[in-house]
Design a protein around this ligand. Sequence first.
Ligand code: ADP
Ligand code: MG
Length: 235
Amino acid sequence: RETPHHPLAAHGITATYNGFTALDGVDLSVPPGHITAVVGPNGAGKSTLFHCLAGTLRPDKGQITYDGHDITRTPAHARTRLGVARTFQQLAVFPSLTITENVQVGAEQAARAHSPETGTTTQALRLLSLHGDNTRHHPAADLPTGTLRRVELARALAGRPHTLLLDEPAAGLDSAEVAALARILRALAADGMALLVVEHDIDLVANLADTVHVMAAGRIITSGPPTEVLHRAAP
Ligand code: ADP
Ligand code: MG
């Protein structure tokens, strides 16, 4: 995999909903080989920032750049093809498709004209321990939340992203599933991927992130390694 020289980054991002300022001048970068986390209370602006990075919300001010290019006006599907994949806070699998078909959709959505990939669906299924799963030919509608979260992650990974954006990936998972997820995310970062995790679960972030950004009321109020930042936030 080619590692982007310049990561996905937000520069002075301000976003409003009908005049309400949800993000107020946010700067953040998502470096390769690194797990970056955004934490903060409900309403802090985490999902709004996530949408600006993913391309599902246009900021009112500021720029989003990727690999040195301004992508502020690049729509979400085109960002996927550039190598920026995402998962959803609300699970977004196609209920009538099987696990395998759901993951194939991810591979197809991300297919980059210059580098058609083969075997990525199988690789993604293997990585998420779904390949040997007997349920992989069942409709997703019948499967438990823990499996669906893995399907979603496999679908994002099937496009071989350089950067992976995860909104509350631990939602609905039990502690064993959270631990398994953390192992997978660490392995992806060790392989050079840039990961951004927006997360409510402070324990997951404390054990996972290299850098934590704490948000409140639309701003990043402190940033640093979890040992410093999370300690200070909860003495
Ligand atoms: P978080 O993900 O940290 O809980 P959000 O980014 O979802 O925070 O929300 C930030 C603020 O913006 C909150 O006050 C929320 O009520 C408001 N907000 C979010 N989405 C919308 C929307 N679609 N319309 C109006 N206000 C919104
Ligand atoms: Mg949110």
